[in-house]
Design a protein around this ligand. Structure first.
Ligand code: NAP
Length: 270
């Protein structure tokens, strides 16, 4: 079994990214808008801020109270859309129920929507781009391969499936209502799992020679991160597999910053 190590792939792409950042005549700036104080959001933001610091990106983190009104958040988006020193804006999801995520996300200037969640976006959502980078790093071919994606969310499953389709794969999408999901998973050359159910995927979902990419991240009460794939049960069957932690999550943060630096270059005023 070959471990698809996100840390190694990220280190490789990070050095390329740092080089691109140094070649700019300005310091890229990312704005992170957060509402409330969810533990998972805090840890994702911490990872983004620490990566920003490492590669030389300025970040502005605005943390609104849990009960902030939608108008106040919209005003912040408009302010940073107009601020030419800001190259990327992200709104940490999920948002509390008084805020319509779709309305607010669609107000981000598409040139600054580095999360790729706005309907006019110019960017591939970070998880999909991160998976594409990881696959490329390990020289896995997508074109002509059978790919099964478990999960069809707007944030993860759907853009990942679209990316694989764009790369020439034959894509099957499974969701909560799909029948015979284990069989459809087993039939794939590449299985990508983005469900959010810890250890869902056991031996009955996989086969020899398969590549398994686990997007799922669930934090156990003791703080430990668990994937959707039962790693120990399938690791001796499949050909390649991502660990959790240390797999796709590493690549998602990297891809977000790749989108940011693409935004800097395409609107270059340097
Ligand atoms: P989500 O919005 O809850 O969507 C889950 C999807 O899984 C839905 O489409 C659902 O189907 C489908 N599903 C549920 N049970 C299933 C089953 N037994 N077989 C096949 N599909 C099933 O979750 P999400 O936002 O997409 O996130 C998925 C996971 O990825 C979570 O663990 C999240 O933490 C993780 N994540 C990781 C990263 C990373 O960088 N590694 C980034 C983002 C998210 P229906 O549509 O029919 O309900």
């Amino acid at each position: 079994m070959i471990l698809l190590d996100g840390k190694i792939a990220r280190a490789h792409y990070s050095s390329l990214l740092e080089k691109r950042i140094k070649e700019l005549s300005f310091v890229p700036c990312l704005v992170i808008l957060q509402v409330g104080n969810r533990t998972d959001s805090n840890s994702y933001i911490k990872a983004k801020k620490s990566f920003a610091q490492k590669v030389g990106v300025k970040e502005i983190h605005i943390n609104f109270p849990e009960d902030v009104g939608q108008e106040e958040l919209i005003e912040a988006v408009k302010k940073y859309n107009q601020d030419e020193s800001v190259n990327g804006i992200i709104i940490q999801l999920p948002l509390p129920p008084q805020i319509n995520s779709e309305i607010v996300l669609n107000l981000i200037d598409p040139k600054k929507d580095i999360d790729g969640l706005n309907c006019a976006t110019k960017f591939l959502p970070a998880t999909a781009r991160g998976i594409r980078e990881l696959i490329k790093f390990y020289k896995i071919e997508l074109a002509g391969k059978k790919v099964t994606v478990l999960g069809r969310s707007k944030l993860v499953g759907e853009p990942v499936a679209e990316m694989c389709h764009e790369e020439g794969a034959l894509v099957t999408i499974c969701h909560s209502k799909t029948e015979n999901t284990p069989q459809k998973a087993q039939d794939a050359d590449i299985l990508i799992v983005a469900v959010g159910k810890p250890n869902l995927v056991g031996r009955e979902y996989v086969k020899e020679g398969q590549v398994v990419i686990d997007v799922g991240i669930t934090r156990h009460s003791e703080g430990q991160l668990v994937g959707d794939v039962n790693f120990n049960e399938v690791k001796d069957i499949v050909h390649m597999i991502t660990p959790v932690p240390g797999g796709v999550g590493q690549m998602t943060v990297l891809a977000l910053f790749e989108n940011l630096i693409d935004a800097c270059y395409s609107n270059k005023n340097n």
